[in-house]
Design a binder for this molecule. Structure first.
Ligand code: SF4
Ligand code: SF4
Length: 240
């Protein structure tokens, strides 16, 4: 169902395709499978300049640039060209650090490069950075280490999984970085009731759903998102 609708061929689907989904329910996290590759230029990370502040990840509207912490064994298992530096900061001793870009999910807005205080991100043509796609795939298999730092800080929050990724928001969107960080802080137990407006367009553009769940956890954690409730109401409830 997702692929034909993404191709704008949804009108040709028979009604029987939706048997079992009569209530309009869609699976979450489907935006991760789009890999649109629409950015003309994407950030390239200069490991020697980076001071590991994580500000680039914090401002990215699409969760397309993320810091990764790796053990020595995880570094050994990484693909060639997956450069890492010794992680800086209290609590990160003995770990390795990398800032990884998902070049096929990036929209090329340049917000990350603009915010970087030391020019450690350089916007380059997508064609020169395509090899990063394989590095991203590996980075997403590395174990999460969000407990190593206080998550109530810019740097610490970015080691937490965003339960909101690769939305169809415009390049450089000023809303989605806030939603993303809320999901990093509370996303494993959030319910969202969302009225129609920009937040429902980038939040539930069927069939590509950016709100997602942590499928690696023993207990399924993540978002429950409900779009189009009463037009005057946008509420976020945190489950106790
Ligand atoms: S260019 Fe924009 S979309 Fe791409 S990684 Fe940087 S902030 Fe994210
Ligand atoms: S903003 Fe620049 S210095 Fe800070 S983590 Fe990102 S690339 Fe490194």
């Amino acid at each position: 169902m997702v692929i034909p609708v993404d191709r704008q061929e949804g009108d040709s689907l028979p009604v029987s395709t939706f048997v079992g989904r009569e209530d309009g329910e869609f699976p979450s996290g489907t935006a991760a499978y789009e890999k649109r590759g629409v950015a003309s230029s994407v950030p390239s990370w200069h490991i020697d300049k980076c001071i590991q502040c994580n500000q680039c990840s914090f401002v990215c509207p699409h969760s397309a640039v993320r810091p990764v912490l790796l053990s020595d064994d995880e570094v050994k298992a990484a693909p060639a060209g997956f450069e890492t530096a010794a992680a800086k900061g209290k609590g990160l001793e003995g770990l390795n650090y990398r800032m990884q870009v998902s070049v096929l999910d990036c929209l090329g807005c340049g917000s990350c490069a603009n915010v970087c205080p030391v020019d450690a991100l350089e916007m380059k043509p997508l064609g020169e950075e395509e090899a990063q796609a394989a590095n991203w795939e590996y980075a997403m298999t590395v174990s999460e280490k969000s407990d190593k730092m206080d998550k109530n800080s810019v740097k610490g929050s970015q080691f937490c999984m965003p339960y909101f990724e690769f939305s169809g928001a415009c390049a450089g969107c000023g809303e989605t970085p806030y939603i993303k960080v809320i999901t990093q802080l509370y996303g494993d137990r959030m319910m969202i009731a969302n009225a129609t407006g920009c937040s429902s367009i980038w939040g539930a553009s069927a069939p590509s759903m950016p709100y997602c769940q942590d499928k690696t956890a023993e207990v399924l954690r993540g978002q429950t998102h409900c779009s189009r409730t009463m037009p005057s109401m946008v509420s976020v409830w945190l489950q106790a």
